[in-house]
Design a protein around this ligand. Structure first.
Ligand code: IFM
Length: 443
C-alpha cells in the first residue's frame, strides 16, 4: 500500500492537516544561548535515557528550520504545530531574556507565514529550565505565575501571528509520567509530587490562557493525551482497575477544566496531597477554551494487583504493535473524540493534535519504504471520519511527527517521522508516507 484510502474530499470543508514537532526534540538545545533544562539533567543521570542521549544537537532544526518548513509546505499541509522552549527564551526560567532565542521564534514564525502555513504554537513541551526545577518545578505552586510571565514574553513577541496556541502539551506526561512513574524528567516516583504537579499544571494552563487573552490573542486551546484502557479480563476487579486508569489518565484534566472537579477515584487518593486551597484554583483552571486537541496513539490492558493505589499493572495485549510496543487500536480514537464531545466539550472544535507511529525505517537506495505508517495513519483517519459522522466536531489532524527526532527516554532510536533523519549527517529524506500524504492532500 503506498496511497491513502482518503483524500481531502472525504473530510469537511476547511479540515486542517498539519504535522507536529516540539522544541527540545528537534531544535538542538546546545545552540543559540538556550539555558539548561531538567531534560539535560535527567539524560545526564545514568539509566534514565537510552545511551544517555540528549537534545543538545537533536535535528539541528535551529539552523535548518527553513529546509524543514519547505518540507512541510511541499507536503501540501496547512499548518505546523511547534513548541517554544522556555529555557531558550528565558535561560533561568525567570528574569533575563535571551534575545537570540526570542529572535529565533520570530524568524520561525515569519518563515511559516511566508510558506502559507498556519503557526500552531505550544508554550511548554517538557523542557523546564533547570533553575525552576531547583525550586521544585511543577511541585511548586508559584510555577503558574512563572509560566504566565514566560507566556507574556514569548507571546508578546510572536502572539500577533499565531493561528492558535495551547499552553501545555500532554499534562498527563508532565504530571503522572514524570512524577509518579519517573520515566520522564524530573524522574520522581512520589504520589504527593504527582498530585501537586497535576494540579499545578492545570493552574499554569489557566493562568497562561488568561494572560494570552489579556494580550488580545484568540483561538486558545488545550492539548491532552489519551490511551484506551481495556480491562485485562472481565472480572469486576479488572474493570475497576481500568476505570481508575481511565480517570487519572484520560479524565483528570478535562474534568478539572470543564467540570471544575476531579474524578472521584483520583480525588480520594490525591486529596491528602493537594496543596492548601486547591478548590479555589478552579476559577483560573476553568477559564474558557476555544478548542481542544487530542493526542492519541494506543490502548493498554489493565490488570489489578496488590500494590498501593492505583493497584494495577499493564499486561501484554494481542493486537499488532508499533516499534514502541504500542498496540494499534484506532477505535480508541473514535471513542475519545465522541466521548470528549458528549461528556466535556459539546460543540467546541476538536482537533487530533498528535497521532503517528514509530517504525523500523531504513534508507535503501535513497528511499524509505514505510507502508506500516501509511496503514496506521489510514486506519486512524477512518476513525476520525467515523467520529465526524457520529457528530464529533473534528476540525483537523496533525501527524506526529514531521521528522525523526529525540524520543525522550528512548533517545534517537524510535523513528516517528514522515521524513527520515540521518543523525550523523542530519540529512533529511522524505519517506513513502510523506509522499502518500502529499498525494492525498493534492488529490
Ligand atoms: O514524541 C512524543 C511527543 O513528544 C509527545 N507525544 C507523544 C510522542 C510520541 O511518543
Amino acid at each position: 500500500m503506498d496511497k491513502f484510502n482518503w483524500d481531502r474530499s472525504d473530510l469537511p470543508e476547511g479540515f486542517m492537516f498539519g504535522t507536529a514537532t516540539s522544541s527540545y526534540q528537534i531544535e538542538g538545545h546546545g545552540f543559540g544561548g538556550a539555558g539548561r533544562t531538567h531534560w539535560d539533567d535527567f539524560a545526564a543521570t545514568p539509566g534514565n535515557v537510552v545511551r544517555a542521549e540528549n537534545g543538545l544537537k537533536a535535528c539541528d532544526h535551529y539552523h535548518r528550520y527553513a529546509e524543514d518548513l519547505d518540507l512541510v509546505a511541499a507536503a501540501g499541509l496547512d499548518a505546523y504545530r511547534f513548541s517554544v522552549s522556555w529555557a531558550r527564551v528565558m535561560p533561568e526560567g525567570r528574569g533575563a531574556i535571551n534575545q537570540e532565542g526570542l529572535d529565533f521564534y520570530d524568524r520561525l514564525t515569519d518563515a511559516m507565514l511566508e510558506r502559507d502555513l498556519k503557526p500552531c504554537a505550544t508554550l511548554y513541551h517538557w523542557e523546564l529550565p533547570s533553575p525552576l526545577a531547583d525550586l521544585g518545578g511543577w511541585r511548586n505552586g508559584d510555577i503558574a505565575n512563572w509560566f504566565g510571565d514566560f507566556t507574556d514574553v514569548i507571546m508578546g513577541k510572536i502572539g500577533d501571528r499565531m493561528h492558535s496556541v495551547a499552553p501545555i502539551n500532554e499534562p498527563w506526561c508532565v504530571g503522572w509520567l514524570s512524577h509518579m512513574l519517573g520515566h520522564h524528567a524530573p524522574g520522581l516516583r512520589d504520589i504527593r509530587a504527582t498530585a501537586r504537579a497535576m494540579h499545578h499544571v492545570l493552574l499554569a494552563h489557566g493562568t497562561a490562557i488568561d494572560r494570552m487573552r489579556a494580550l488580545g490573542l484568540s483561538n486558545l486551546g488545550g492539548v491532552f493525551n489519551f490511551e484506551y484502557p481495556h480491562p485485562a479480563d472481565d472480572t469486576p476487579e479488572a474493570m475497576e482497575a481500568a476505570a481508575v486508569y481511565d480517570e487519572y489518565y484520560n479524565q483528570f484534566f478535562l474534568s478539572g477544566i470543564f467540570k471544575g472537579e476531579y474524578p472521584a477515584r483520583v480525588l480520594k487518593a490525591f486529596e491528602l496531597h493537594l496543596p492548601k486551597g486547591w478548590q479555589d484554583d478552579f476559577k483560573t483552571i476553568q477559564t474558557p477554551l476555544d478548542w481542544v486537541g487530542l493526542n492519541y496513539y494506543t490502548c493498554k490492558r489493565i490488570a489489578p494487583n496488590d500494590d498501593p493505589w492505583p493497584s494495577h499493572q499493564e499486561v501484554d495485549g494481542p493486537l499488532p504493535k508499533t516499534k514502541m510496543g504500542w498496540e494499534i487500536y484506532p477505535d480508541g480514537l473514535h471513542h475519545f473524540l465522541t466521548r470528549t464531545k458528549d461528556v466535556y466539550t459539546g460543540d467546541l472544535p476538536l482537533l487530533v493534535t498528535e497521532n503517528g507511529m514509530a517504525n523500523a525505517d531504513i534508507i535503501q537506495n535513497g528511499q524509505v519504504n514505510d507502508p506500516e505508517r501509511i496503514a496506521y495513519v489510514d486506519v486512524h483517519m477512518k476513525a476520525v471520519q467515523r467520529a465526524i459522522a457520529d457528530g464529533a466536531p473534528v476540525e483537523g489532524y496533525f501527524l506526529w511527527s514531521l521528522m525523526d527526532n529525540y524520543e525522550w527516554a528512548l533517545g534517537y532510536e524510535k523513528r516517528f517521522g514522515a521524513v527520515h533523519v540521518d543523525f550523523d549527517t542530519l540529512t533529511r529524506t522524505p519517506k513513502a508516507s510523506y509522499y502518500a500524504l502529499q498525494d492525498a492532500l493534492r488529490r
